[in-house]
Ligand binder design. Structure first.
Ligand code: ZN
Length: 442
């Protein structure tokens, strides 16, 4: 295997924009026709909108193709044939993989994949891991039982595809995982930011081990925005003495973007495998210019069992206004996924992004990692409560900390907060994915 190139796919990742767009059009037409021809759900959706595969002649035509929402998939899957409804595009005997969405609200959506789809998942993860410096010599520890959720299964297969050695760390508790990392001298790890920070605490407090003394030199994050929030990334990197990289993916979509070793403040969209469109949340207008946030509409070109064609992901993203020094032509989204369109709500008429609050809290060094945000209605006005924890021995500095926090919050979010301080360990802890933002007005 050639291990000298910095790109997993040196041709696609450096293709000029014109040829890349030609490829995207060709691949969009192919998957759109596949969905139209093989699924009653898709065909009736497109027929109702009066659009068929022969109407797609340019990338501009794509915006007339109706979007699909998660709630539609939920409805389909309650109907026959069991269990995927009539969105399934292959004979049921071709399905080799079952997964389901991991969201904490609503009925999960089932996700069937064929073996071809599964190889595609591993391929999409190979781009991510190669860009983050994974090579065949790496020993990768995955500190989770993967269960019916796709992310770490796909990360596992992607790492193997590259040639890494993979250690599945399910069933073990956190202390046993840390000891296994120490024993095997693992060099890389994949985890949610919540768990990366939780493991570092457990290493220090339960085992008396400095996590930075372990041999992990790179960590790939999944499941939460943290690795793209500078202050959270900094906390993880300094705790582990390792590089921490972000990526984003979803069960219904695939692993569609990744940070590279340059850590340039954005994630590359894998534009050879996916078409990403950004849409204004209020007007539905297509956003092509950098610096304007909108929600992502995404198509996976090569996934065939349950296709992802113009899926309304509700992820809020924006294009970056710079190119990455790594030389990839795949465009960057600035700051990664910035939240969910459902969560980025207006408070007192101001757009509030939960990740902006995280950036501030984790940037105050005398506060702990945990926090909680509660938005509620008091009379006619919105009130935001932010709960934070003091690090041990810092309570005497409360006045200073409160001032620093208030100033930073006003600067970064333009809002006032009702601040509540707690002692270390009083706020709820989350094992894998955290729910730290609660909007009680809904
Ligand atoms: Zn790059």
């Amino acid at each position: 295997m050639i291990t000298t190139t910095p790109y997993w796919n040196p041709i696609l990742e450096t293709l000029d924009m014109e040829r890349l767009q030609q490829l995207q059009l060709k691949k969009f037409k192919r998957i759109f026709k596949w969905a139209y021809d093989h699924s009653r759900f898709h065909r009736s959706l497109y027929d109702r909108a009066g659009i068929s595969p022969s109407d797609i002649r340019s990338l501009n035509d794509i915006r007339h193709v109706p979007t699909v929402e998660k709630s539609m998939m939920r409805d389909i899957q309650r109907k026959d044939p069991f269990p995927y409804g009539d969105a399934l595009c292959v004979p049921i005997e071709d399905v080799t993989e079952f997964r389901q969405t991991s969201g904490t609200t609503g009925q999960p959506v089932y996700q069937p994949d064929t073996w071809q789809d599964w190889e595609w998942w591993a391929e999409s993860w190979a781009y991510i891991l190669w860009a983050q410096g994974y090579r065949p010599k790496d020993r990768v520890f995955i500190p989770f039982g993967y269960n019916i959720f796709v992310a770490f299964w796909a990360g596992h297969y992607g790492a193997e595809k590259i040639g890494c050695e993979v250690v599945p760390g399910g069933v073990l508790d956190t202390a046993a995982r840390l000891l296994k990392i120490q024993e095997l001298k693992a060099t890389a790890m994949m985890a949610t930011p919540t768990y990366v920070l939780g493991m570092a605490d457990a290493a220090r407090n339960q085992l008396g081990i400095d996590p930075a003394s372990l041999t992990i030199d790179k960590i790939t994050c999944a499941g939460e925005c943290g690795a793209s929030i500078p202050s959270t990334k900094h906390r993880m990197e300094s705790a582990w003495g390792a590089k921490v990289y972000d990526h984003s993916g979803a069960t219904e979509i695939g692993a569609w973007c990744y940070e590279c070793q340059e850590q340039s403040g954005g994630l590359h969209v894998n534009e050879g495998l996916f078409l990403v469109e950004i849409q204004d949340v209020d007007t539905g207008e297509l956003i092509t210019e950098p610096g304007r946030k909108g929600k992502m509409i995404i198509t996976a070109f090569d996934r065939i069992a349950q296709p992802c064609v113009r899926f309304d992901s509700k992820d809020v993203i924006e294009w970056a206004d710079y190119a990455c020094p790594c030389g990839r032509s795949y465009r960057l989204i600035k700051g990664g996924v910035q939240g969910r369109a459902d969560d980025i709500t207006k408070v007192k008429g101001v757009l509030l992004s939960p990740s902006a609050i995280e950036e501030v809290v984790r940037g105050v060094s005398r506060l702990g990692n945990e926090y909680e945000v509660i938005v509620e209605k008091k009379g006619d006005t919105d009130r935001i409560t932010l709960k934070v924890e003091f690090l041990p021995e810092t309570q005497a500095q409360r006045v200073e900390i409160e001032k620093e926090l208030t100033d930073q919050l006003r600067l970064k979010t333009n809002l006032r907060y009702n601040l509540q301080f707690y002692e270390m360990g009083e706020l709820p802890r989350y094992e894998v994915k955290a729910r730290r933002f609660k909007d009680l007005r809904k």
